[in-house]
Design a protein around this ligand. Structure first.
Ligand code: FAD
Length: 503
């Protein structure tokens, strides 16, 4: 293969790498991205899945971060109204925790710092009368209810990569950057692309390797640097649905931490998160202690205590925070830091950041690199919907009704899920189908062969895991027998399932 010369080459297909690649491609730059596993396979599929300002960061005086994130919530909601939606959070007042006046003050700032237009403001709830009080212990009498947004984190990453590719970027999954060296005015980058060796050149290199950012700097790029990353593990537990309404809870703990209990995938409640320093780069796992901590924390509030047997799934992610020397993992800054090394062809390394600020981080990254690139345009992503998101944020019910009118055989639950996954592209995925059998094999949990094929052909899905845990969250609903059939089907297609993570 002839050697390609890129303007920007990005290491890492998490939210930050995919966001930077999309933004750069839209500016007319020649962009490449390598992800050693699947898109969003690391931290960006293991978050709490909130577009939020981060109410608790106000206690650490992180006003810039909170303001930027609050403003960003509605920008993102408008650009991806299929995969994100407003969510109300119920924060019960507890006499042993922060005083009511302090919480009210925090929420007043939260309501007014972020130029809210779509999201409703804070209100007071009487828990003895409101439905939100029903699953809680009777001593909890009053709560505040405020707004943030929910987002399907891994789909956000995938759709950024899909859009980057549509704008000309080369997105390489299962491709590891094994070495990169400065040679004259370029970086010479070596890849293991699904087992094959490949070399390319790029003017600018972006290190968006998340938890691996320091390892890439030291081992892959062989750069002597003092900059460090603080790896902080966060775990979640998923339990059977604990309440019927669609609001989430924000609980305060006696250790000064907070956790959320959020309605999840129709039938479940998601509870998290923890903050544990993590030393190794091994795949993170929710420890039994973390699961117990989350159960007991939530059981301080829910009338029915949560038993270990109620846990149906757990997941963990590692926050790649900038090492600011904070004493505790909870206090370490969640803000992002972009470090530019111009000792030869430029290298930009990304530390920290939130899902919520990925678009602003991408703009900031392109601004830092501007003098090294010949971009054909400036900032553009604030007004540009992600694939399938080109409709008003409040039009989801209309889209569902339209889809059902066009495909009357779709059960309401399936029609809703398809709009919430593919937005205006749902019809394209269903094509000419006239009944369910036209969608091919039914793998269970609502996954059809037509949908699996769409994900392989349009969204870089390769394995069953990619499909059931990152392109969708159907893994929670699918029978093991269905997963087995999906794997067999993938092997039949192109031997996809045989492609494993490169070492
Ligand atoms: P990652 O998603 O980890 O991506 C880095 C990628 O680089 C990986 O996929 C990896 O495989 C790849 N890579 C590494 N080395 C190489 C190499 N040599 N070659 C090729 N590829 C390589 N933020 C919010 O806004 N809202 C939330 O609710 C929220 N909740 C969170 C809860 C938890 C428990 C955690 C851990 C984080 C949460 N965050 C939240 C923060 C957010 O998830 C992260 O900041 C963000 O996902 C980091 O994205 P990233 O792209 O930097 O890293």
């Amino acid at each position: 293969m002839p050697e390609t010369i890129f303007d920007i080459f990005v290491i890492g297909g998490g939210v930050n790498g995919a966001g930077i690649a999309r933004d750069a491609a839209g500016r007319g730059l020649r962009v490449g991205l390598a992800e050693m596993d699947d898109l969003a396979s690391a931290t960006s599929s293991a978050s709490t899945k909130l577009f939020h300002g981060g109410l608790r960061y106000l206690e650490y005086y992180k006003f810039r971060l909170v303001r930027e994130a609050l403003i960003e919530r509605e920008v993102l909601l408008r650009n991806m109204p299929h995969i994100s939606w407003p969510m109300r959070f119920v924060l019960p007042l507890h006499k042993d925790m922060r005083p009511a006046w302090l919480i009210r003050l925090g929420l007043f700032m939260y309501d007014h710092m972020g130029g809210r237009k779509i999201l409703p403001g804070t209100k007071v709830l009487d828990l003895t009368k409101d439905e939100a009080g029903k699953p809680l212990k009777p001593f909890l009498k009053k709560a505040y209810e405020y707004s943030d947004c929910w987002v399907q984190d891994s789909r956000l990453v995938v759709l950024n990569a899909v859009d980057a590719a549509a704008r000309g970027a080369e997105i390489l999954t299962r491709t590891k950057v094994i070495s990169a060296k400065r040679r004259g005015q370029y970086w010479e980058v070596e890849l293991n692309e699904r087992g094959a060796y490949r070399k390319l050149r790029t003017k600018v290199l972006v290190n968006a390797a998340g938890p691996w950012v320091a390892k890439v700097l030291r081992d892959t790029l062989e750069i002597d640097t003092r900059e460090g990353v603080r790896l902080v593990r966060g775990s979640h537990i998923v339990v059977k649905k604990l309440f019927e309404h669609d609001r989430a809870y924000f609980f305060q703990g006696s250790d000064n931490r907070i956790i959320f209990a959020i309605p999840y995938e129709q039938d479940f409640t998601l509870i998290g998160t923890t903050d544990q320093d993590q030393t190794a780069l091994d795949p993170p796992e929710c420890s039994p202690e973390e699961a117990d901590y989350l159960r007991h924390f939530a059981s301080e509030y829910f009338a029915e205590p949560i038993a270990a047997e109620d846990i149906v799934w757990t997941y963990s992610g590692v926050r790649p925070l900038y090492d600011d020397g904070a004493s505790s993992a909870t206090e370490a800054t969640r803000d992002y830091v972009l470090s530019l090394d111009e000792d030869g062809p430029p290298l930009l390394s990304v530390f920290g950041g939130k899902i919520t600020t990925y678009r602003k981080l991408s703009e900031a990254a392109l601004a830092r690199l501007d003098s090294h690139l010949e971009a054909k345009s400036g900032n553009w992503t604030a007004e540009a919907p992600l694939p399938g998101g080109d409709f008003p944020h409040d039009a989801v019910p209309r889209l569902i009704a339209d889809l059902q009118a066009q495909y009357p055989f779709l059960a309401p639950k399936l029609a809703k899920r398809l709009i919430r996954t593919y937005g205006t592209l749902a019809g394209k995925m269903l094509g000419e189908a006239r009944d369910m059998s036209d969608l091919g094999q039914d793998f269970g949990g609502g996954l059809s062969e037509a949908e699996a094929r769409w994900l392989v052909e349009n969204e870089f899905a390769v394995s069953a895991e990619d499909i059931i845990w990152r392109r969708t969250r159907l893994g929670l609903h699918m029978p093991p027998e269905g997963v087995k059939r999906l794997k067999a089907w993938l092997i039949e297609q192109k031997g996809h399932e045989s492609i494993k993570k490169v070492s």
